[in-house]
Design a protein around this ligand. Structure first.
Ligand SMILES: [Zn+2]
Length: 498
């Protein structure tokens, strides 16, 4: 921590106010923390102008805006700096314990759910987030704080709240609700007339209408308003080459220990695989050449190799080894580095692996090169427009993104496949076999009230049971003609904000 530098901005709102005492308090405190620091007193009349000038001048890698009368303990500054320094967040908004300056739900509905408290100015930023956000702010006075909250969400920065103890005698003034609402509407209008720089685009449909929809440990989940997909804001595949246009850094988030109830038994997996083969059989003749991307436990490979000329690839060496142990032809490779030495494939299957690929356009163009014209692509993937997803989204956000990078909607998948040289043969809900043990665990943990009823029902139902998983099953056929050149669209994209 010794190497970090902190810039403290004190917007005093005019030359008359005595800022020396506050300045001395802050300097005395920061001298005890070991940070290299600078305190910048901003005497501009307009708060917005003061913040913009202060952030532009600040040299620290953490930038803190404080209230000129410091109505909270000076240690709150250190707490805010520590939150940024630890890398858990990009932005910190302080709020009093009673939440007196919390913007109304109407204002939050007009703008974004996470907004700074309007009664306190205390905020901390990493220098990159501060420079980007401050450079885009347009409004003066109090609305500038709401604007900062809005832009932080627009550009996908992570926000944490810091609760501070406000001294009992201190005069803290919350923003007038009507002024806040008018300010919010003005910000929306500016955004609508493209007054702010566009956010980095959706990796699926390239729309700039993307917003932060949730924060999960160590990361931010973004939602595209156009194609309804959800994706992690920051990711990078551990062993990929550097050719991805979506180049991000993965921040690890804790993985809970695997629960034995969540592991599906071999009979359930085998039955699911046989069901998938039945679907494939309608499209692909026996002894055709088949590639599976993402082999996992090899149950599909074991079933498919009896009818087809089966080849599998998986990025994990342990998985590939295990599958080879079962007598399957499986290579440890990713889609990007797999070289097909035989003839083109008649069919390619991939079950719940597409969600883990960082660049769907690149993945589909590689799949298209591997399959022969008229060949089949058989995918299963989560559906963000499905009822199961919509009902469980809020609760299971962190769980959904534990292994997945992008979750697609049904319409995004259709558009994506059609733009990549495939035509949809069939699309529908996907069903998988689940053990009673697993179902009892799921119902018991999510809907405890319904558990006795489900337990009674399970007694008369077959085990494993066929259930809908909220996913979709897509069978697409490679078109013979040339595809749209998606890469050329990407090449003329404007520079993005982050
Ligand atoms: Zn999109």
């Amino acid at each position: 921590m010794a190497g970090s530098t902190v810039s403290i901005l004190v917007p005093v709102g005019g030359p008359s106010q005595p800022a020396t005492a506050v300045r001395e308090t802050i300097e005395r405190y920061l001298a005890t923390t070991g940070f290299t620091f600078e305190v910048i007193v901003l005497e501009d009349e307009c708060y917005g102008a003061a913040v913009r000038r202060g952030i532009a001048d600040a040299r620290g890698n953490v930038i803190v805006i404080v209230d000129p009368d410091l109505p909270y303990p000076v240690t709150a500054i250190g707490d805010a700096v520590a939150m940024i320094e630890s890398g858990t967040t990009d932005v910190v908004f302080a709020a009093p314990h009673d939440g007196r300056g919390e913007p109304s739900s109407l204002v939050r509905w007009v703008l974004v759910p996470y907004l700074p408290d309007t009664s306190l100015k205390l905020k901390a930023f990493s220098s990159s987030s501060a420079k980007l956000v401050a450079a885009e702010t347009k409004h003066g006075s109090d609305a500038c704080d709401l604007e900062i909250g809005f832009l932080v969400n627009k550009y996908g920065f992570r926000v944490e709240r810091l609760h501070v103890e406000v001294a009992p005698g201190a005069s803290v003034r919350a923003m007038n609700p009507l002024r806040a609402l008018l300010g919010a509407l003005r910000i929306r209008l500016t955004n609508r007339s493209m007054g702010y720089r566009a956010a980095r685009r959706c990796p699926v449909c390239f729309s700039p209408e993307v917003w932060t929809c949730a924060q999960i440990p160590g990361n931010v989940v973004r939602a595209c308003a156009r194609c309804k997909c959800r994706y992690l804001n920051q990711f990078a595949m551990p062993d990929e080459d550097d050719t991805h246009p979506v180049r991000r850094v993965l921040r690890p988030h804790p993985i809970p220990p695997e629960m034995p109830e969540m592991v599906h038994s071999d009979p359930a997996r085998a039955k699911t695989s046989r069901r998938r083969i039945t679907v494939l059989r309608k499209q692909v003749p026996a002894h055709a050449r088949l590639l599976e991307i993402g082999v996992r436990d090899g149950s599909f490979g074991a079933a498919a190799s009896q009818e087809y000329d089966y080849v599998g690839i998986d990025r994990s060496p342990a998985v590939a080894r295990h599958a080879r142990g079962r007598g399957l032809e499986v290579y440890c490779a990713t889609l990007a580095n797999f070289v097909n030495t035989g003839p083109a494939f008649d069919a390619i299957t991939s079950f719940h692996v597409f969600e883990n690929m960082p660049d769907p356009h690149d993945a589909l163009s590689r799949i298209k090169d591997l399959v022969k014209p008229g060949g089949i692509l058989f995918l299963t993937t989560f559906d963000t427009e499905g009822l199961v997803y919509l009902l469980t989204e809020r609760k299971r956000m962190a769980q959904n993104f534990r292994t997945h990078l992008i979750l697609y909607s049904r319409s995004a998948m259709i558009e994506l496949l059609e733009n990549s040289g495939f035509e949809i043969e069939s699309i529908g809900p996907d069903f998988e076999y689940r053990d009673h043990k697993f179902l009892r665990h799921v119902v018991g943990s999510r809907w405890p009230l319904a558990a006795p009823l489900v337990r009674a029902a399970l007694r008369i139902l077959p085990d494993p049971l066929l259930v809908g998983t909220g996913s979709i099953r897509i069978v697409a056929r490679r078109r013979a003609g040339a595809a749209h050149n998606v890469r050329s669209i990407r090449a003329v994209e404007p520079t993005h904000a982050r």
